[in-house]
Structure formats: C-alpha cells, structure tokens
Design a protein around this ligand. Structure first.
Ligand code: SAM
Length: 423
C-alpha cells in the first residue's frame, strides 16, 4: 500500500488554485500510539495546510490512505464524560425535531456507539457504519447495530438493500476525516429518503482561528470547515444547508443541517447567513485574511516552550495530561519530548502502556499520576479542562501548578481554580 498521496486540487471544488497556509514539516500520525518495540519502524509524513482560492476550503494536502488511519483506531468517544453527555442531548434533540417512531437512522463514523447508545435507549432504529474493527466490537458488545466498513457508494447501496432508505443520516466529527467527499455525498444521496436530513458536526475553522487552535491540525483532519465552501459543495450535489448551530465541544464546533434542494419542508434559516457573515468579518474567505495565521502559530509555540523551560530550570517535574491527536501535533511541533515531560496521563485504556507518536513520552493511566506526582501538569487535553480539573482535584493541593496551552498560554494554580464550583 502506498503510504501517502499529495492532493493538488481542492477536495470540494476541484480547483487547482490552492495555496500553502501553514507547513508543520514532518509529523508522525496523530493516532499512531505505538509500543516501545515499534519505535524503530515509526514513519513521519509532511503535514501542510492549504487554502483554496476558489471555494475557501482549508485543507491538508498530504493524504494518508484511510485503511492506515482508520482500520485500527485508538480513539473512543465514550471515554470522555463531556462527549457522552453531549451525544445524549443530541439524540433527544434530533428525535424531537426530525424523527417519528418508524424512522430509520444511519450514523457514519459511529465509533464505540457514543450516539447509537442513547438513540437505542430512545427506541430509535439506528445503524452505525464504522471501519475500525477494534472499535466496532466495543459497540456490538453493547448490543448496537454496526456495519464494519467505510461509508461510500458501495456500502450505501448495501444498507439500502438490507434496511431500506434512511430518514436521517448523522455524521459527527467524521466529514473532516474523509478525502473523497464527493463519493461520500453520492453515497448519502443514494441512502437518504427524499425528505430526509443529513445532520453533521464538525470542528469550526472560525473557532480554530479565533483561539489559534493549531493543535487540531493533523493528517486525520483533512478539512477545516467554514460554511462558505460547504454551501457551494452541497449546491453542486443538489442539496442545501438549512440551519447551522454553534456547539461548544472540541474547542468550538458547528452542527449543520442539510436536505435536498427540492425539499420544501425546510426553509433556509437566518443562522446560515449569520455564520457566513461572521466568517467574512474574520477574513476566513480570503488567503490575505489568513495571512498572519502562520506567524501567530510560531509566536505561540515560542511562548509555550519558554514557560516549560523555565519550570524545568527550576528543577520541577512536568507531566502531560491527555494523549490525544491534538497533543501529538502540539508536542511534536513544539518539540516537547522526554527531556520536558516525565509521562503523559490518559484516561483511555486503549493507550496505556504505549508511547506518544514522535516524542515517545510514555502514556500512563490516571492512577499512575497519584503514585508518581509531578509538580506541574501541562494540560494537553485543554478542551476538557473542566472535566480534568474536577477529576484530579487533589493535584492542585500542595502548590502544584498547571499550564493550559490554549486559547492563550496560561499558568494556573489552586487559587485560579474555583474547586467549590467544580465539586
Ligand atoms: N462520531 C464519533 C464522535 O463524534 O465522537 C467518532 C468521531 S472519530 C473522530 C471519527 C470516526 O469516523 C472514527 O471512528 C473513524 O473510524 C470513522 N471513520 C473514518 N472514515 C470513515 C468513513 N469513510 N466511513 C465511516 N466512518 C469513518
């Protein structure tokens, strides 16, 4: 299997007018949590972000084949309480607004069943389509229905043959992970009932730029969506975006509602225009509007490294918290390795005993933190800051400190954390 391809035209509009926005150099795969004995075989790939001057899509052009990225996948959504609660509310919301007792729902990228489970509890007839075999077995052990494959035209036809058309297709945090977006939409059109809705969530590029969240950029995340290129893309496929809602997860996301152009049941709401205007005001639709992004990223890196070096020079032991894809980008790009971090704590059993891609810092369970106390915690999983502070309340006693890398590098102490409010 060829290890990677370089895209020369835009993923959504096929234009060749794409321009380099940010170059990370060679990076390991964000999901490549390896065992120590596999370190000599670890590979690195270029990671470059481009801007399409025709449709304004921001995208990674160095494409790792999906079979490598997703057949064995080390990310389980249900591990974080924040996501489980989010998808519980999501299930109820879509049931109230879009489903009746006979509806059939298909979820693309259903992972360990974080959304299929609450849908099942609500008696919704739902099927997941998920390529990661190791994760599908977690979902099926919970009694959930999942087709273990990539979603595409072929699997869409298989689902129609076996179950019939879907009244709703859900796709959360997965449309950024797919290179062949035209193929995905063809599959969605085959599977979706003519009055059906496609509802998806993606991290919002507007929030990424606003808070300089460059740690979200990695090979797995191929597209960084704003509404503008999506409107044109769906129009090309005879579909319309009729509503957009802001969602707080993953450092700022949007939930987007789409249906066929001819569906009169759903009128295009003002939320679409409002999001477009906000993007325009932030300069996200032109290359010049984003011209200082790369410079700001470098300044942020230098600031974070300086703070960590200061702690080190004072003889303090530093640990990381959260071995996520985000932390792979941050630690590799900022060169935060074993000389800085003693270990990284993660709550996902899928990752204990492995090492961080690129830097090879060891990944340990939350119990390890209590037995091997560090003086400073670098909160790599900063989008779950509140959940981490609550879970590890004891850490902040005895004058220990934390470093939160985003949106601005900040040092936190017990005094900054209102532990009573968290309790
Ligand atoms: N939907 C869950 C959530 O929002 O937490 C999981 C998101 S996870 C970041 C992306 C998931 O999409 C992974 O489980 C991955 O295996 C799956 N995936 C990637 N490409 C896919 C494809 N072509 N079809 C279906 N699922 C895919």
């Amino acid at each position: 299997m060829k290890t990677y391809n370089v895209r020369t035209i835009c993923r959504l509009c096929n234009s060749n007018k794409i321009k380099l926005l940010l170059d990370f150099g060679l990076m390991p795969l964000a999901g490549g949590f390896i065992h120590t004995e596999d370190i000599p075989f670890e590979k690195k790939f270029p990671l470059r972000l481009f801007f399409c001057e025709k449709c304004a899509l921001v995208q990674v052009v160095d494409i790792i084949p999906q079979e490598i990225l997703f057949r064995d996948y080390r990310y389980t959504s249900s591990t974080t309480k924040t996501l489980s609660e989010h998808f519980r509310d999501y299930a109820k919301d879509i049931q109230d607004k879009f489903l009746d007792k006979n509806s059939f729902v298909v979820e693309i990228g259903s992972n360990d069943g974080v959304l299929l489970s609450p849908l099942k509890e609500l008696n919704v007839n739902a099927l997941g389509v998920e390529p990661a075999s190791n994760i599908v077995s977690i979902a099926t052990s919970k009694g959930l229905k999942v087709l273990n494959d990539f979603f595409n035209v072929k699997t869409a036809r298989e689902v129609v043959n076996q179950y019939g058309l879907a009244d709703a297709i859900l796709a959360n945090n997965v449309l950024a992970h797919i290179d062949d977006m035209n193929g995905i939409i063809e599959g969605i059109k085959i599977l979706l009932n003519k009055d059906g809705v496609l509802i998806f969530e993606v991290q919002y590029f507007l929030d990424l730029v606003k808070d300089l969240q460059y740690d979200f950029i990695y090979h797995e995340h191929m597209s960084y969506y704003t509404i503008k290129p999506l409107i044109k893309f769906f129009e090309k496929h005879g579909m319309k975006i009729f509503d957009v809602k802001d969602v707080s997860i993953h450092g700022g996301s949007i939930r987007v509602y789409v249906t066929s152009e001819s569906n009169k049941k759903y009128k295009i709401l003002d939320s679409v225009k409002i999001h477009l205007q906000k993007e325009e005001d932030m300069g996200l639709h032109t290359f010049s509007g984003l011209s200082n992004f790369s410079q700001k990223v470098k300044i942020h890196r230098d600031k974070l490294v300086k703070i960590l070096n200061k702690f080190k020079s004072e003889g303090k032991k530093i640990c990381g918290y959260g071995a996520s894809g985000r932390s792979v980008t941050l630690t590799n790009y900022c060169n935060i390795g074993q000389e800085t971090l003693e270990y990284i704590i993660d709550s996902s059993p899928e990752r204990y005993g492995r090492v961080m891609p690129g830097t090879h810092v060891k990944i340990m369970s939350p119990e390890y933190l209590k037995l091997n106390k560090a003086d400073v915690m670098l909160i790599l999983a900063w989008t779950y800051l509140e959940e981490i502070l609550k879970k590890e309340q004891w850490f902040w006693e005895d004058g220990r400190e934390g470093v939160v890398p985003f949106p601005n590098v900040a040092i936190i102490t017990k005094e900054d954390i209102c532990l009573n409010q968290l309790a």
